[in-house]
Ligand binder design. Structure first.
Ligand code: TLP
Length: 342
């Protein structure tokens, strides 16, 4: 059986989740009639200590609707140079919101308040208006790095001083909460909006939510419709998300332990570079020294392990609900064999 570590998005719904989906009560959500969507939105808003939430099909959509909610065309947003919003969303900020991305170089995806202050410019007709700062927690290309709450609070302070809105791409927010023991409400508190996904480590087949004040979520509802994200009997998918949220948050700790075991195993292999201490959650980024990342991907595939190349010599493995401890323990040996198969 394939050991699939390409992403935590590859998970299949469990039988109990399928049961919840099959028996979900539904209605037309564009009319606000879907009881399961309404239950999910209330539950997630309450969990994050915010007034309201809105359900959407994907994390890309929740991020892009948030950008459009907080900006007008011609504005500038500040994002980290490897942020998903900038790196992996198909140029959507330019197309859907007409905004400029001003990049801040982080360390494994993390920048601090002084980096932000240095990036800000005074009001001047030459410059676009800066409206929004976005962070990512955990940081995907940063190798699942957790954003320290103290840094987030210091950045929030700078945002307040400069009247900037503050958005979090929390596709793996749940992993950050489990890894630190910080509550969802405490981690979400400094932000105006938080985007969360149910279809990553939590294992739901589809779905994300944008969470924030009643006013910002009302505005987001307009843009969700405009972007084509108004869904009808969406309770069918919200049921899987609600089930995942209620039953699968604690299990993320298992993925984190598996990622550490994998990192420590890979560290022993000649031809692989990785610092196991960098691995804080479920993402393991490692580097090849003798063959290209793509060659290793192909040779590993033949041995029944799927990972992604994320750079010419960098690979990513993401532990997830479909891969158990025993399978994880086999991976370092298979990587070693794949390298030597060259
Ligand atoms: N990330 C995917 C790919 O797009 C790279 C993955 O396999 O990791 N924010 C972050 C931080 C993400 O990692 C992702 C998905 C998203 C947003 C977008 O979520 P979806 O795929 O639901 O649009």
């Amino acid at each position: 059986m394939l050991i699939d570590l390409r992403s935590d998005t590859i998970t299949q719904p469990t039988p109990a989740m399928r049961e919840a989906i099959a028996t979900a009560k539904v209605g037309d959500d564009v009319f606000g009639d879907d009881p399961t969507v309404n239950a999910l939105e209330s539950y997630v808003a309450e969990l994050l200590g915010k007034e309201a939430a809105i359900f959407m099909p994907s994390g890309t959509m929740t991020n892009q609707v948030a950008l459009r909610t907080h900006t007008e065309p011609g504005d500038e947003i500040i994002v980290e140079s490897q942020a998903h919003i900038y790196y992996y969303e198909g140029g959507a900020p330019a197309v859907l919101s007409g905004v400029m991305c001003h990049l801040v170089q982080g360390k494994q995806g993390i920048f601090n308040a002084s980096d932000l202050t240095k990036t800000l410019r005074p009001p001047d007709v030459h410059f676009p208006k800066t409206k929004l700062v976005c962070l990512e927690n955990t940081h995907n290309r940063g190798g699942g790095k957790v954003y320290p709450l103290s840094e987030i609070k210091a950045i929030a302070q700078v945002c307040q001083e400069h009247k900037l809105k503050f958005h979090l791409d929390g596709a793996r927010f749940w992993n950050a909460c489990i890894a630190t023991g910080i509550s969802e409400a405490d981690y979400a508190q400094p932000f105006d909006t938080v985007s969360v996904c149910f279809s990553k480590g939590l294992g739901a087949p589809i779905g994300s939510a944008l969470v924030g004040s009643r006013e910002s979520i009302e505005r987001a509802r307009r843009f969700r419709k405009m972007f084509g994200g108004g869904m009808r009997q969406a309770g069918i998918i919200a049921a899987g998300a609600l089930y995942a949220l209620k039953h699968h948050r604690e299990r993320l700790a298992e993925d984190h332990i598996n990622a550490k075991i994998l990192a420590e195993g890979l560290h022993q292999i000649q031809g692989i570079e990785i610092n196991p201490e960098d691995v804080q959650t479920n993402i393991v980024i490692f580097h090849t020294t003798s063959i290209s990342a793509q060659t290793l991907v192909e040779q590993l595939n033949e041995k029944g392990v799927a990972v992604l190349a994320v750079g010419s010599n960098s690979l990513r493995a993401v532990t997830n609900l479909m891969v158990d401890r025993e399978q994880i323990q086999q991976v370092p040996g298979l990587v070693e064999a794949a390298i030597n198969a060259k």
